[in-house]
Design a protein around this ligand. Sequence first.
Ligand code: HEC
Length: 119
Amino acid sequence: MKKGIILTVIFLILTIWFIHQRETFGASPVENYKWYCAQCHGLNGKGDGPNATKEQPVTPRDHTDTKGMSKLTDADIENVIRDGGNATGKSTMMPPWGKTMTDAEIKDLVKYLRQLCKC
Ligand code: HEC
């Protein structure tokens, strides 16, 4: 009987902790990238997602392009993710994500992009 109560309490604590950490830290950068970015930038970040066609005036940035990506500062990347291409003098094809993701999630994505470009 006592064991059952203890197990229930542990289970409740774990559930609350899990919900709390998801709300605080959001989804992982890999999840967010697959969900929001891969349609254009490609699953592996090469700028070859299904929405990237040759007919478009610009192609999505290849996030594995070390040379090109290293020209951008972390702040540049953060701004373009948060405010989109239109607000940063880039193509309007790049949507703003500031209302979709938290600042922490965007900062994590910047770190993830740095891994992709190895820069
Ligand atoms: C609808 C297609 C689309 C989606 C979805 C998209 N992008 Fe883009 N992105 C683009 C295009 C097109 C460009 C190229 C803009 C240019 O060079 O003018 C771009 C450029 C960028 C750049 C480079 C900006 C620069 O200064 O060169 C970064 C970084 C970026 N995207 C990150 C992301 C991230 C992170 C996500 C997901 C949260 C995302 N993008 C989702 C289309 C998209």
